[in-house]
Design a protein around this ligand. Structure first.
Ligand code: 13P
Ligand code: SF4
Length: 304
């Protein structure tokens, strides 16, 4: 049944000149039919370079918007139009504009998990895999980092030579993690390395053997000589790593580390989008695109 649906999607993909991009938090059946699976940074870079005239994004809204901004002439669809990222909606343009007035000379570095409207008033964009590199290499000394406090704190610790202002945003799933979750997982799996996403609080990252983006965590686990790993990011990564490395063992740090928005997209959504009876086409104001894409272009320039 799944195989049959996957075959029909692969056929439609060819007929429609479409590429399917999937965030690594998607389920295995979606990753199998995707042209490319990766973290937020890799998806942005791919969206710019894919030759097809249509993109179906399996992920959340800001990812589809980013793809549209980087390929405005292509038709870009979000496979499930209800899939948003709560963090992206946490701060209003008015609030950030008022902070910019209070902090003259500060560069605004926006996590890619933001709306296009926020990107349009930011100087640079970053993802979790590029944030340290970008904050270190931009010319400005003072940085207003929006919206994720945990990622901002992690970057601040890695870039001590700069001054940071952080806000109180964050990912509801990662930010809910506690040191006790990490300690309980370590107790259950004493021989395992703990790999943690920087959207988790500092008390969790402090217990980790490695802190990095989704792609960073996956690469670390694949290359490591260790045999057991506790995964401190969305639990889809536990499953993907177990497929990729069957001779190693992967455990979730917490059964609660689940992004309900990322779980919304199904193989049927992808099929319906390709059939023209599902998904949501991303339509954006060209003026908004031209303002917001600048900080994404700078992200690729400084983060590459
Ligand atoms: P990365 O893909 O940058 O690791 O971020 C994880 C995430 O939360 C995506 O929304
Ligand atoms: Fe947003 Fe967190 Fe889900 Fe990522 S995991 S899409 S940051 S809610």
């Amino acid at each position: 049944m799944i195989r049959d649906l996957q075959d029909r999607i692969l056929q439609l993909k060819k007929e429609k000149d479409c590429c399917i991009l999937a965030h690594s938090y998607m389920s295995e059946d979606i990753c199998e039919i995707a042209d490319f699976t990766g973290d937020s940074y890799a998806l942005s870079v791919k969206a710019k370079s894919m030759p097809q005239s249509m993109i179906v994004m399996c992920g959340v809204r800001f990812m589809a918007e980013t793809a549209k901004m980087l390929s405005p002439d292509k038709k870009v669809y979000l496979a499930n139009g209800d899939a948003g990222c709560p963090m992206a909606e946490q701060m209003s343009v008015e609030y950030i504009e008022s902070l910019k007035k209070q902090l003259p000379g500060y560069a605004v570095v926006a996590y890619v998990n933001t709306t296009a409207e926020l990107k349009a008033i930011s100087d640079y964009c970053c993802t979790s895999s590029s944030a340290v590199k970008i904050c270190r290499s931009i010319p400005e000394q003072n940085i207003l980092f929006i919206p994720d406090r945990n990622l901002g704190s992690y970057v601040k610790a890695q870039v001590p030579e700069k001054t940071f202002r952080l806000l109180d945003g964050g990912c509801p799933a990662h930010a809910a993690m506690k040191a006790e979750d990490a300690l309980a997982a370590k107790k259950a799996h004493p021989g395992a390395l703990l790999l943690v996403h920087p959207e988790c609080p500092a008390e969790v990252s402090a217990l980790a053997d490695y802190v990095g983006s989704t792609a960073g965590i996956m690469t670390f686990a694949e290359k490591s000589d260790a045999r057991e790993f506790i995964i401190g990011t969305e639990n889809a990564i536990v499953e993907h790593l177990q497929y990729k490395c069957p001779d190693k063992s992967f455990y979730p740090m917490s059964k609660h580390l689940v992004c309900s928005n990322m779980k919304l997209t199904t193989l049927t959504d992808v099929y319906n989008t390709l059939k023209g009876c599902g998904g949501e086409e991303i339509i954006m104001d060209p003026e908004l695109i031209s303002k917001a894409v600048k900080c994404i272009d700078r992200m690729i320039e400084y983060g590459g």
